[in-house]
Design a protein around this ligand. Structure first.
Ligand code: AMP
Length: 586
């Protein structure tokens, strides 16, 4: 079934927050969006945790469930806004008692368990900076991020610590405190404390200190083609965008039950898995378990989810499992479904109609933008395959380099170019930690350049074309080839390594590596398996290569850069493109 446009009804059971796109754009202002929030009592600034938790805890929402945790093993734990305020106050008090203060970096390496959410919001209350790490990272990505971020505190479990941190602890000179979820803290882990007694002994009230809206709040690591991971810095002011986009792009209404399937180790899981739904005062469902089609339909039904935010990989996995699984489920509560992180094929949008009775609304953003920028809104006709239109408050354009090298806007529709945004929205990143040059390189002629190639049609809908760079998107996660290559290079047999994304029908791409070997080593099946195992133990399953091939040498440009694009073209049997800069000639 192919549909160019999916029209929306003229009457609504729940009227969307944005009914008329053009009008909303002309009436919107960030100042008004800011005024919809409280600010700290006494005019003491703006703090994400106050807007997300404390302002509801004292009002009519105090007993509403803020977070409902579904443990992998089946237990269900709920925290009302009042309870969440108390728990996060305890966490903030515990940090304060440890001497951890404003601007200090508190990292979390945890699954989707209550401690993660309490740590995130408690850290923000304390004016410290929260940095979530994906628990499926291996020791190398964990080390790189803890080191770059100057972690002072790490909140984790004993098991994750032993598997991912113990072996790299020597490299982490700034790490003082390791807070372990649960009741025990083995003496041999330096700086370890058990979190449960620590919180039990801390007071459930905490007055958030004055917070400048420009104070650093969140640090999210993302990947580029070259070099180390980039720490995108976000400030407390971001909550203005989290709240506004939660209402506009996810259409959150007061009594919604919202489920964001993303892990807080990635920006979606923090902006929309923690901050936005709480700032909007809704009930948020958190599932600890990994994907399971039947479980997911059960959650949608039993938790009476009304707004669902997921990812194309998940949609494709559900499509693979078959729409029959959804039959017989009462999904009548579901009102709005959105997805983000990678291109959503038109079939995925239409599958939503069949399986859920609703189209999937694609939207676009990235770690640097901190919040949704382009979206198919609830009241807007959906164009399957398009990411939608820029949100009110957001100016997006297609740009290209002119003959003089300057960035210019491409006005005519249908022309491919780079997606650019006019800076100035509140959740815009404020820099890459310790890397001013890389940050500055993202801007030209007053535009923020996103690194994505797009087209815009005559009606202002944006269509994703691809990435400008060589970063790999696997299961919605951005993977830097350099990080993969660096880990493989640590193996004694490896002379050179390159990583590319190879198309996958479900995960969009998976990581494939190419290596050349040092003298004295010969390609063999045993060595191939050893290197794949080595990559996995260093990088973790989310990042490690799934395939690996040997080459006598890797193609490089004359200036010495590995030509990943050429490797990819050869791997996929595509035209090799311009190889004039290839070392040794084309
Ligand atoms: P991350 O910073 O990890 O969230 O990844 C951001 C990148 O994911 C973007 O720059 C895009 O390349 C890709 N992306 C996000 N949303 C979409 C979408 N709706 N369609 C296509 N690509 C997307």
């Amino acid at each position: 079934m192919h549909r160019d446009v999916i029209e929306k009804p003229r009457t609504w059971a729940v009227v969307p927050n944005v009914l008329e796109y053009e009008r909303a754009r002309s009436e919107f202002s960030w100042a008004a969006a800011r005024a919809a929030l409280d600010g700290l009592p006494g005019g003491h600034g703006l703090n994400i945790a106050h807007e997300a938790v404390d302002r509801h805890a004292g009002g009519r929402l105090r007993d509403r469930v803020a977070l409902r945790f579904l443990a992998a093993a089946g237990a269900r734990t709920e925290l009302s806004y009042r309870q969440l305020a108390a728990e996060t106050a305890r966490f903030a008090n515990a940090l304060r008692a440890l001497g951890v203060g404003r601007g200090d970096r508190v990292f979390a390496l945890l699954g989707r368990v209550p401690e993660l959410y309490v740590a995130a919001l408690g850290t923000l209350k304390n004016g410290s900076v929260f940095c979530p790490l994906f628990s499926a990272f291996g020791p190398e990505p964990v080390r790189a991020r803890l080191e770059l971020g100057g972690a002072r505190v790490l909140v984790t479990t004993e098991e994750l610590y032993r598997r991912k941190v113990a072996g790299i602890r020597g490299a982490l000179s700034s790490l003082e405190h390791v807070l372990l979820a649960g009741d025990a803290a083995p003496a041999e882990i330096p700086g370890a404390r058990a979190l449960a007694p620590l919180l039990a002994g801390a007071a459930p009230r905490f007055e958030i200190p004055p917070t400048d809206p420009e104070d650093l709040a969140l640090l999210h690591f993302t990947s580029g083609t070259t070099g180390r991971p980039k720490g995108a810095m976000h400030v407390h002011e971001a909550v203005v965008a989290h709240h506004a986009t939660g209402r506009i792009a996810l259409d959150l209404h007061d009594d919604d039950v919202f489920w964001c399937t993303a892990d807080p180790g990635w920006v979606t899981g923090t902006s929309y898995g923690i901050v936005a739904p709480l700032a909007c005062g809704v009930t948020s469902v958190v599932d600890e378990a990994e994907f399971d089609a039947d479980r997911w339909y059960r959650i949608l039904e039993e938790e009476r989810v009304s707004v669902w935010y997921t990812a194309p990989t998940a949609v494709r996995m559900l499509m693979k499992a078959g729409a029959e699984l959804a039959r017989g489920r009462d999904l009548s509560r579901l009102r709005f479904v959105a997805s983000v992180g990678e291109p959503l094929n038109p079939e995925g949008v239409v599958w939503g109609l069949d399986a859920l009775g609703l189209p999937v609304h694609d939207n676009w953003w990235q770690t640097e933008t901190g919040g949704i920028m382009i979206a198919n809104l609830a009241a807007m006709a959906v164009r399957p395959g398009s990411m939608g239109r820029p949100l009110p408050g957001i100016t997006a354009a297609v740009v290209a380099r002119g003959p003089d090298g300057r960035v210019v806007e491409v006005a005519e529709p249908g022309v491919e170019g780079e997606l650019a945004l006019a800076p100035g929205w509140p959740s815009m990143f404020r820099g890459y930690l310790g890397d001013e040059a890389r940050y500055r390189a993202c801007f030209a002629e007053g535009w923020y350049l996103t690194g994505d190639l797009v087209r815009r049609d005559a009606d202002g809908y944006f269509w994703f074309v691809g990435r400008k760079d060589d970063v790999i998107k696997s299961a919605g996660h951005l993977i830097g080839p350099f990080e993969v290559e660096s880990a493989l290079l640590e193996h004694p047999a490896v002379a050179e390594a390159a990583a590319i994304g190879k198309p996958d029908p479900v995960a969009l791409e998976f990581v494939k590596a190419f290596v050349s070997l040092k003298p004295g080593y010969a390609p063999s099946e045993a060595l191939r398996l050893e290197l794949i195992g080595f990559g996995r133990s260093r990088l973790g399953r989310a990042v490690a290569p799934k395939e690996l091939d040997f080459l006598p040498a890797l193609p490089r440009t004359r200036s010495g850069k590995i030509m990943r694009r050429l490797l990819k073209a050869r791997e996929l049997g595509l035209p090799e493109g311009d190889t004039s800069t290839l070392e040794g000639g084309a």
